[in-house]
Design a protein around this ligand. Structure first.
Ligand code: ATP
Ligand code: MG
Length: 347
């Protein structure tokens, strides 16, 4: 096996635990084969991911070569690092000063609810905010913002005019379908194209923040967002039940590996406050979110309780930060304060 054959074979290896190849994640540096010795340089950022990738290469190639020398390229400080797709991403949204991506390992944990309330709370502080629903397979931002009856229109320059409510601009594929509950069964290439169009062909105007409600998991849309946009802050939402699961770890690892800056973790539906007695119940135990934040050395941004008001008002399109009780608003306000503390925004 010569150098280029080895390179090709390595590129096709799956990164442990996620459905992405090492080639796709651009984790390979220089590869050189001399006689039965292979020198492989990796462009991983964290030690953990270096060891993960090293292990998978050893498992596959230690029988092929007499010696395998797998090293980690010293990438220097984060500022001058320039490798891989997302350490030096494209910028398809030059009109946005900062981009906040709200993600999760699993679905149904409250990403959309958190995205909507964060976006509106930023607008309440006087910032110009756009909210992009990148969950192209299950778009529900329009329902949560009571814009689901609006349909997109074009301006004189053939740009799409985004929907608007509660002081923010909103774009979602759900605004482009004949009816809001039209099922979307898309190939991922079509979904990715729709997303790019929403970045490039929408009249967003100048934005201080673009908040992106991501689909759950670590698929093509997530990778596209990381490659096509300079994300200022990724916010990972989880719930106590799944806080310790592999899905959360995978999402954190993927963002770390592709060089996206994690602002931190939000634990949603964290505890329950009985509406009648105001007693607090930690149904799923406490401290899970903080523990995982510590494990991956990312900040813990706050916990939001499981609250009937959040669900009911959200599902009516009345976001709690606009129409909820003061104590509910405060949870989201505190999270924004923490995101600011842990991010380096341009304003
Ligand atoms: N803190 C909360 N208290 C009570 N209900 C909540 C809370 N956060 C979210 N919900 C409810 O949980 C459900 C799922 O929330 P949401 O749609 O925001 O999750 P998601 O992660 O975006 O889901 P998906 O992966 O399907 O896009 C919704 O009905 C929402 O109203
Ligand atoms: Mg959602």
């Amino acid at each position: 096996m010569n150098s280029s054959e080895l390179k090709k074979a390595l590129q096709g290896l799956n990164y442990p635990g996620i459905d992405r190849t090492i080639g796709e994640l651009k984790l390979l540096g220089e590869i050189k084969v001399t006689e039965d010795r292979a020198n492989i340089e990796l462009l991983t950022i964290s030690d953990e991911s270096y060891l993960n990738v090293k292990r998978i290469i050893e498992e596959n190639f230690s029988d092929t070569f007499g010696s395998l020398n797998i090293t980690k390229k010293n990438l220097g400080t984060k500022k001058d690092m320039n490798y891989g797709n997302s350490a030096d991403p494209n910028n398809r949204a030059p009109y946005a000063k900062n981009i906040i991506a709200v993600t999760s390992g699993k679905g149904g944990v409250g990403k959309s609810t958190v995205s909507v309330n964060i976006a509106i709370a930023l607008a309440q502080r006087g910032y110009k905010v756009g909210l992009l629903d990148a969950d192209v397979y299950g778009p529900n931002v329009p329902r949560l913002t009571n814009t689901d009856l609006q349909r997109i229109q074009w301006d004189d320059n053939d740009k799409i005019i985004p929907a608007e409510n509660y002081g923010i601009k909103i774009m979602s594929v759900a605004l482009t379908t004949p009816a809001m509950d039209t099922p979307l069964v898309w190939r991922s290439s079509v979904a990715v194209n729709a997303l790019i169009q929403f970045l490039e062909d929408v009249a967003w105007g100048e934005l201080d923040f673009m908040v992106i409600d991501m689909p759950p998991g670590t698929g093509d849309v997530q990778l596209t967002v990381a490659q096509e946009l300079p994300i200022s802050a990724a916010v990972l939402v989880t719930t106590p039940q799944i806080v310790a699961t592999d899905d959360v770890s995978r999402a954190v690892m993927m963002f770390k590996d592709i060089g996206v800056k994690m602002a931190g973790i939000v634990e949603n539906m964290s505890f329950f406050i009985a509406p009648d007695t105001k007693n607090r119940y930690d149904i799923f135990g406490t401290g899970g979110g903080e523990k995982i934040a510590k494990k991956y050395e990312i900040p813990f941004l706050g916990a939001i309780p499981l609250d009937m008001q959040v669900r009911e008002s959200s599902d009516r399109g009345e976001p709690p930060v606009v129409l909820g009780d003061a104590h509910i608003k405060k949870y989201y306000q505190d999270i924004i304060d923490n995101i600011f503390k842990n991010s380096d925004f341009t304003l």
